[in-house]
Design a protein around this ligand. Sequence first.
Ligand code: HEM
Length: 433
Amino acid sequence: MKNPFQKIINLFHEKTESPLHITSRTGKLRAHDTADPDVARDIFKQRDAFRTPTFVKKAMGQFIGKALILDEDESWKYTHDLIADIFSRKGVSNSIAPVIVEECDTMIDDWLKNGDTPIDAERAMRGLTARAVLRVTFGKTVDEKEGEAIIDTATVALESFRKPSGLTLLSRIFGMPYDHVPRMKKEYADASKKMDSILDGIITRRRKLNQQPDDILGRLINAKDLETGGPLSDKKIKDQLVMFIVAGHETTAAALTFALDELLKNPEEIEKIRRETDGVTKGNNVKPDDFNNLPSACNAFKEALRLHPTAYEIGREALENTTAGGREFKKGDLVRIDIRKMHKSPDIWDEPESFKPARFEKSRFPLGYIPFGGGGRTCLGMTMALQEGTLTLAEIFNRVKLKAVRTLDGEEPAFTMRPKGKLEVIAAPRRKP
Ligand code: HEM
């Protein structure tokens, strides 16, 4: 239906459109909505010219201060380098993959005790990825109850972003690219208080140890605050912890849920994963160092992230006049890199709506595929997410026959891209015990 106020809106809103790039102007504010891979690549490359928009930093900063993902000062490099080797290929293979496989086998053992009672796949995947990220963050120094409280609280906090704000409505009327503006909500404030008190307890306990375990918290406790020269305050440590917990489980859990849903709708792809996994495991369980020999499971996970990029948009603001991908950007312009549109564009992909993991056989990261962002700010947890996705899918189809009693109704954009509806499965053993 045509907007009855369009004529009035047109007085101060202009739009120029090409298939992958829309530029709009409302009063003085110019905004770009881009799904053009060349533009995105050049924006990622020019770290001094494009930064996270100030309004995003202000809104998110209320929740996670200047945690790594929002930090654009010297301290970014310091914190990044302090943590990076935990998430390197070697770090993930040696320390994280064993946890993933162990947790996945425990989850499958529980599934097999469930009989014909349907399993909520998203809940199961969330539990799995949560336990993995808790282990990377706190080692073995939080118990199950504390871990559950942390994840439940983080989930409430994330859910509080779901409801649209007044700004959302305004941005929709004017066709502006930002329609998921996070803002402080009561649910978040309550969850945040609870999270604070749990993390305070853990930090106090850990500070008393003579030697810190080698996990994210241990490294943050031993780190230097570049602003004061002293150790990091509890507040700064908590901001980083909350960021890792949230960034490190929700997106991977949703991606795994989408992957299971797509695979159950494409049984020939499950058979392909099984043939490959059987060749590797010879009837045993998947081992942590099998990752490199399971490309079909990895490609299925990647393809699920193409169709359903769980981090579906990235915001940037131009700090100077510049060009990217042949387009002009002026100081102050806002950019939304629309990953979902890029990943589904018929200008980039053959049969973009079809689930075809074989696309990744020719190229590991084809042009137009950016689920983990790009450039210097590429997702720090990318290797962990890929190993988690691959090993989990391979082990599930290695050990169980899954029957879907209910499948997803698509996807739902919230703070991250969420599965819509529920995927419910019944699990039976694939081999006799
Ligand atoms: C499928 C799972 C995941 C997806 C789709 C994803 C996506 C992304 C994207 C798109 C960015 C870039 C944001 C920007 O440029 O503004 C990012 C950054 C980041 N991600 Fe992930 N992520 C995933 C899993 C993880 C995991 C498992 C962790 C850690 C446990 C993690 C930690 C981070 C961190 C710390 C950053 C900030 C990096 C920096 O600015 O230096 N992510 N992620």
